[in-house]
Ligand binder design. Structure first.
Ligand SMILES: C[S@@+](CC[C@H](N)C(=O)[O-])C[C@H]1O[C@@H](n2cnc3c(N)ncnc32)[C@H](O)[C@@H]1O
Length: 227
């Protein structure tokens, strides 16, 4: 795979954040889950600890823990400077302040790094990338995609989004995507077309308000369930 780590922003979120971003219930956490583009999130490590069954896929899993850690260290100061330079773009409810956000991101990374070797042995971290995934039809109950689809709409076109969502729906009975905003905090122009195109194909598709909000206005996720 030709991925260059210097193009990746390896910032990861926690189980607590995934629960709020995706409205995950205790019942959801007992499902067979795939996290698509989980990167260095501690979701898999923490969910595994409480007995959930999660596989995470991401192209960065071709790299070592040290390489991922070094990439995080190389980008985090710049990201935090951007956050502090635009205080009105953020809602400090889950994370209390930029400093708290920084601490939480570090904690998530550390939990991920501590779990990475064991998780790879257990095949909980697998190399893979949208729009094509190497799993069987309906292999999972729930596919989650946090901070990749829609967020990077200015870098990936509608066709990429359509094919990626179709592929997630092939391997999973239900999918949830968060957020629906782009990096510039504008609502992704692809969401309405995705809703229309997948409704036509007899899926139940809804935009759901959730409790989590960090990007101002970014408190919605897209949920699609197969009939
Ligand atoms: C901003 S990070 C989000 C990480 C994690 N989902 C979270 O919310 O904490 C975006 C992730 O998408 C991954 N990614 C990039 N291209 C991808 C692709 N084609 N398919 C799946 N994931 C991809 C990156 O490697 C990175 O780990």
């Amino acid at each position: 795979m030709g991925l260059k780590l210097d193009k990746v922003v390896p910032i990861g979120r926690s189980l607590g954040e995934y629960i709020k971003m995706f409205n995950l219930t205790e019942k959801d956490l007992q499902k067979n889950i795939i996290g698509v583009g989980d990167g260095p999130a501690s979701f898999n490590a923490e969910a595994t600890q409480i007995g959930s069954k999660v596989i995470s896929i991401d192209p960065i899993y071709q790299f070592t823990a040290l390489e991922i850690q070094q990439r995080f260290d190389a980008v985090i100061d710049n990201i935090m400077a951007q956050v502090k330079a635009n205080p009105n773009d953020w809602v400090w409810s889950y994370h209390q302040s930029p400093e708290d956000l920084f601490d939480n991101r570090k904690k998530s990374l550390n939990k991920f790094i501590s779990d990475y070797y064991q998780g790879k042995l257990e095949q909980r971290y697998q190399i893979g990338e949208l729009p094509k995934l190497h799993y069987q039809d309906n292999q999972f109950d729930l596919a989650l995609c946090s901070h990749f689809l829609f967020l990077y709409s200015d870098f990936y076109d509608y066709q990429f989004h359509y094919l990626s969502i179709k592929e997630m729906l092939r391997i999973s009975k239900e999918i949830r995507i968060f957020p629906l905003l782009k990096l510039d905090l504008k609502f992704s122009e692809y969401v309405d077309k995705i809703v229309k195109d997948f409704k036509d194909q007899k899926y139940t598709i809804v935009v759901v308000n959730v409790e989590y909000q960090l990007q101002k206005g970014g408190n919605q996720m897209l949920q699609i369930v197969k009939h």
